[in-house]
Design a protein around this ligand. Structure first.
Ligand SMILES: C[S@@+](CC[C@H](N)C(=O)[O-])C[C@H]1O[C@@H](n2cnc3c(N)ncnc32)[C@H](O)[C@@H]1O
Length: 196
């Protein structure tokens, strides 16, 4: 049995909510799709942290003019249920959009493909001692794993508008000192880095 298996009693720190489309409160997903368009990024492999119940990134990326491929994660059963309903009604979305229900802090590096773009907009927002109870990764460890799975020249984006940015910016600063990525042009509410 692996060390990562939780001791009896530890329960998943799921997100018991359903985030509707509210770009006025949280513009990161809308700005992200606009960033893809501004850089004319198409046919890319994208890892997206936090779908929301609206699935804006997956739906927009599936459009013929973008055709970006999105692997996304949600810790909200309600949001995953909405994904199941969405792709049941629109199966064509499954060709480019996959949503995993889980905890990003249990990300399995061995199962990850190489990505062109990674979003970490919600870094530090929802991780707590409850994740420690089952040996979950830290925010920094998640950022490092996804950086290793980023192709050279690929981008990783953060969201300084996050309510947890006061914590996340320290994580990003430490991650930046690894030297794997360099900061490139900001875009609206987002900051972006490119892997060397
Ligand atoms: C506030 S919602 C924002 C959704 C969307 N990105 C937006 O801005 O509209 C936060 C998202 O992070 C996801 N989330 C929270 N904790 C998570 C975790 N530990 N692992 C994976 N996803 C998580 C939630 O399920 C939800 O989809």
């Amino acid at each position: 049995m692996s060390d990562a298996v939780a001791p009896v009693g530890a329960r998943l720190n799921l997100w018991d909510d359903h985030w509707d489309f509210r770009p006025e409160d949280c513009p990161c997903d809308v700005d992200f799709v606009a960033w893809l368009d501004a850089l004319a990024i198409t046919e890319a492999a994208i890892y997206h942290f936090g779908t929301g119940g609206h699935h804006h990134v997956g739906i927009e990326c599936a459009r013929a003019e973008r055709r970006n491929h999105v692997l996304a994660v949600t810790a909200a059963p309600q949001e995953h249920d909405s994904f199941v309903r969405l792709v049941t009604a629109h199966p064509e979305l499954l060709a480019t959009y996959t949503v995993v229900f889980g905890d990003i802090y249990l990300l399995d590096e061995r199962l990850l493909p190489e990505f062109d773009v990674v979003t970490l907009f919600h870094l530090c927002e929802f991780r707590s001692e409850r994740n420690d109870e089952y040996g979950a990764l830290t925010d920094l460890a998640v950022a490092r794993i996804l950086t290793r799975r980023l192709r050279p020249g690929g981008h990783i984006l953060f969201f300084p508008g996050s309510f947890a940015w006061h914590r996340a910016k320290a994580v990003v600063a430490e991650w930046e000192r690894d030297g794997a990525c360099e900061r490139v042009a900001d875009f609206r509410s987002l900051i972006a880095y490119r892997k060397r």
